[in-house]
Design a protein around this ligand. Structure first.
Ligand SMILES: [Zn+2]
Length: 383
């Protein structure tokens, strides 16, 4: 990874390069900040710069064998630690690691990071089937780190260990790593990445140089979307405005900017406005054919759009998260969703959601919902 691949964060990039130029790279570095700000990409670019055989002034060369291997995350002197299932507490040999599924994890890790280095913990836990489960950096992982770092370097004159989500280290793992950080093997660099450094034990923090990585500015996100992904400046601006300083969030929004439920919502609102009851009955038939989870998703989506249209009605555009077609429709439709009726409209969606969640009959539920909505929305409604 090159520094130029990373969105924004110019100050942090020059700070990291400055550490190398002034020959004061600390043994332990912590990049801390909110999700999607680019901590892991910065760690990767910095690792590549440290390991490159022929670094240029502000970038690794990109062509030496170290660069080649680091960019594929397969350099034998570049190690990764990440949260996973709390498993066997002892991994002594690579064979044990294999048996413990560590090798599989590493393959998933490489694929995920190469696909999107802006991944967050949820993406990772989904990929390893650990969502909603307790994940840790366990003492077994820490022991494995120590074993690897005590080996002599294979190919590079330095070794780099990236500890991702360092706050997930449990007490024993942290204590093990602490020893290593206190007396690091020569030319060994720890780069820790954390969203919540307060959860890391103080003794590690006190031996670590901390760098705060701020959320991205919306202009950096917009420029990256346009330059890297060819997104039109208007759409890039819309997305960056609601991405909350996170490039990962921006990429997510890009992929799902118009929900598959948008057409259904728009039809529903138009038909209610026009009181076209025969068409509304057809609409009920259509939505009743979806499965129950999809019906619930649709109702949640409708609630969100209704809320955001109200924000537009109140000219609180900054509080609306609508983009593209949704925003256009929301603006046109917002005059019909005001303080006078929005609560009742929201209640109609919520009530339908509860009925569907409790296995109510979809035909009856949605039919009752459209009659309420048709009364509430439109020229003769309460708006
Ligand atoms: Zn190189």
């Amino acid at each position: 990874m090159f520094f130029s691949d990373i969105v924004g964060q110019d100050k942090i990039k020059s700070h990291l390069l400055g550490l190398v130029k002034e020959n004061r790279v600390p043994h332990a570095l912590l990049l801390a900040g909110s999700p999607g700000s680019g901590k892991l990409p910065l760690a990767l670019a910095f690792a590549q710069y440290l390991m490159c055989q022929n670094p240029r002034e502000n970038e690794p060369c990109g062509t030496c064998s170290a660069c080649n291997k680091v960019s594929k995350l397969i350099h034998p002197d570049l190690h990764f630690v990440y949260p996973s299932k709390a498993g066997k507490e002892k991994v002594d040999s690579p064979d044990d690691a294999k048996a413990d599924g560590q090798e599989d994890l590493l393959a998933i890790w490489r694929k995920m990071v190469l696909g999107n280095p802006y991944l967050d913990e949820t993406d990772w836990l989904d990929a390893i089937d650990m969502r909603n489960k307790q994940s840790v950096i366990s003492v077994a992982t820490a022991s494995e780190v120590i074993r690897k770092l005590n080996l002599k370097s294979y190919e590079s004159d330095c070794k780099v260990m990236i500890v991702w989500m360092a706050e997930r280290m449990n007490q024993q793992a942290a204590n093990k790593l602490l020893k290593l950080i206190e007396e690091p093997p020569a030319k060994t660099y720890f780069i820790m990445v954390s969203e919540n450094p307060n959860l890391i034990i103080k003794t590690i923090l006190s031996r670590t140089q901390q760098i705060y990585v701020p959320p991205l500015s919306s202009s950096s996100i917009a420029i990256a979307l346009t330059e890297k992904l060819g997104i039109s400046p208007d759409r890039a601006r819309d997305i960056s405005r609601v991405a909350n300083g996170s490039y990962r969030q921006a990429l997510n929004l890009l992929n799902q900017s118009t929900s598959k439920y948008f057409e259904q919502y728009r039809n529903l609102m138009r038909l209610c406005y026009a009181k076209q009851y025969p068409n509304l009955i057809d609409w009920v038939d259509d939505i009743s054919r979806l499965d129950r989870e999809e019906q619930k998703d649709f109702l949640n989506y409708s609630l969100r759009l209704t809320r955001d249209s109200l924000m537009l009605n109140l000219s609180l555009e900054n509080l609306s998260y609508l983009m593209g077609d949704e925003a256009e429709f929301g603006k046109k439709f917002s005059p019909f969703l005001g303080m006078a009726n929005v609560n009742q409209v929201a209640r109609a969606f919520t009530h339908a959601y509860e009925c569907i969640a409790q296995n109510g009959n979809p035909q009856i539920t949605f039919a009752s919902m459209i009659f309420q909505l048709a009364k509430l929305i439109g020229p003769s409604g309460n708006a």
